[in-house]
Design a protein around this ligand. Structure first.
Ligand code: SF4
Length: 468
């Protein structure tokens, strides 16, 4: 997905920019970048590959070269950013959290209009550069950003560092979030509100879907009103988000806790304790334990000193190996126990298979699994979750293919909790992984735990409900 941070201040911005951007590191693994603007020296930019290192390690030595009171930074899962561009709108640097499904079509359109791309990497068009070019087609920044909203299929939130402040523009449907923080003499805008407390910013505003705001050191100016409709990604709360973060005022850890609490309250399983698969399963397991009235135990622990991030690396095989190496089972807490594990989701199932085997190898008597969200039936076309080229990467679709002879058949039936098809599919997953029992939260429970109306939340990967 990716995450960004921008700040504008009456004083130097670099320290806040550096740490604020770093606090988005759990959202991406590929590239990190920063750009600053100084009245005397203009724009400064630096981009590093993060595939074998961390943002702070890569940028620390360079901090002295960044000057000025405004800057933007990005942790990107896709292209190299920020892009710095000179145009009829003036010079600006741009960072995006985006997924553009019709990039080839838009690229052809821009080339046909005599525009050019200069930031190709591995022969591919840089999607942030494409967004920048779409913006420069407008007569002003607002019209240019509206051009992006109209033309792209997917999603795009962005920060523009201009010669007159930072322009903050959230995706038209609000699939990805932006929050604005404020402190004496400074404003910040970021994907994750967890970037704010340690830099002394208070949450000032959740930017609305399609809303555009200009930040200057002494205030904010609304340039475009938000639209009524919103489709914020529900997976932010389930999986992506850092526990301390809030989106639309709803805290990640609280949502995870409530999703577990509600499930625990109505679950008739007989277990000795509840455990969470670190990190995103822990909040749910704490809630489950309280709702069910069983103790919470740490029967599996994450080795954090050298494996702090959850997404590394980009390659699936290595990712599975890293995921396995990060989690260490604790025989003392597992032996002879009926254990219930909570996890955020089941995507391909490869990780789950390994985890369950290890738990039995280390003496667990029964292994029950509870999942924070419903089964993932549809690939995500909006933010790049599952990075699926084919829906067959999803374990649900592979099972549907086995049962129906076609992975696209009767999907609505499989997506409906407790339908015969749903029960069969869940039963097969449980059997394949050797689970004593397996339950997924219902969509209603997940939406209730989030606390927003269903129509404001994207749940497409569970029920196929969003169309574009
Ligand atoms: S399809 Fe799923 S992962 Fe994608 S934006 Fe919607 S809820 Fe989020």
């Amino acid at each position: 997905m990716g995450g960004f941070f921008g700040t504008i201040s009456k004083g130097a911005c670099v320290t806040d920019l550096f740490y604020g951007t770093d606090y988005n590191s759990h959202l991406g693994t590929r590239r990190g970048g920063m750009a600053t603007y100084d009245k005397e020296e203009g724009f400064m930019r630096s981009i590093h590959n993060l595939e074998n290192s961390y943002f702070r390690t890569k940028f620390e030595a360079q901090l002295g070269k960044f000057k000025g009171n405004a800057g933007v930074g990005i942790i990107s899962d896709t292209d190299a950013q920020p892009i710095v561009i000179n145009s009829h709108l003036g010079k600006f640097a741009i960072v995006t959290v985006a997924k553009i499904n019709n990039i080839n079509e838009l690229e052809q359109e821009l080339l046909a209009a005599n525009m050019h791309f200069s930031e190709l990497s591995s022969g591919k068009t840089n999607q942030t550069e494409l967004v920048a070019l779409l913006i420069t087609q407008g007569k002003d920044f607002v019209e240019g950003i509206e051009n992006v909203y109209e033309k792209i299929k997917g999603s795009c939130s962005m920060l523009l560092l201009t010669e007159d402040g930072i322009i903050v523009a959230r995706d038209k449907w609000g699939r990805t979030p932006i929050v604005i923080g404020k402190k004496e003499g400074a404003f910040a805008a970021t994907s994750e509100s967890s970037s704010l407390p340690n830099l002394d910013y208070e949450i000032e505003k959740y930017v609305g879907p399609g809303e555009i705001i200009r930040l200057r050191a002494d205030g904010m100016e609304q340039m475009r009103k938000p639209q009524e409709g919103m489709q914020i990604c529900s997976f932010l709360w389930v999986y992506y988000g850092f526990p301390v973060s809030c989106y639309e005022g709803k805290n990640v850890e609280e949502v995870r806790f409530m999703s577990g609490f509600k499930m625990g309250q109505k679950d008739d399983s007989e277990v000795d304790c509840a455990c969470g698969i670190p990190d995103s399963g822990v909040g749910m397991a704490l809630g489950y334990a309280e709702g069910k009235g069983v103790p919470y135990h740490r029967a599996i622990a994450k080795y954090t000193p050298t494996w702090p991030r959850s997404f590394t690396p980009a390659n699936q095989e290595m990712r599975s190996l890293v995921a396995k190496m990060k989690l260490i089972p604790n025989r003392a807490m597992l032996e002879g126990k009926r254990i219930l594990f909570c996890d955020d989701s089941i995507v391909r199932g490869t990780q789950l298979r390994d985890n369950v085997k290890i738990l039995y190898d280390y003496g667990a008597k029964e292994v029950h699994m509870r999942i924070a969200c419903p089964p993932l039936i549809y690939a995500c076309p909006f933010i790049g979750f599952t990075s699926s080229k084919s829906p067959l990467e999803l374990i649900t679709r592979r099972i549907i293919k086995e049962l129906e002879g076609d992975e696209n058949k009767n999907l609505e039936k499989y997506a409906q909790t407790d339908s015969p098809e749903y029960k069969k599919m869940v039963g097969i997953i449980a059997e394949r992984f050797g689970l004593s029992s397996l339950k997924f939260n219902t969509l209603e429970t997940l939406v209730e735990a989030i606390g927003l109306p269903k129509c404001k939340v994207c749940t497409h990967c569970f029920d196929g409900s969003s169309h574009y």
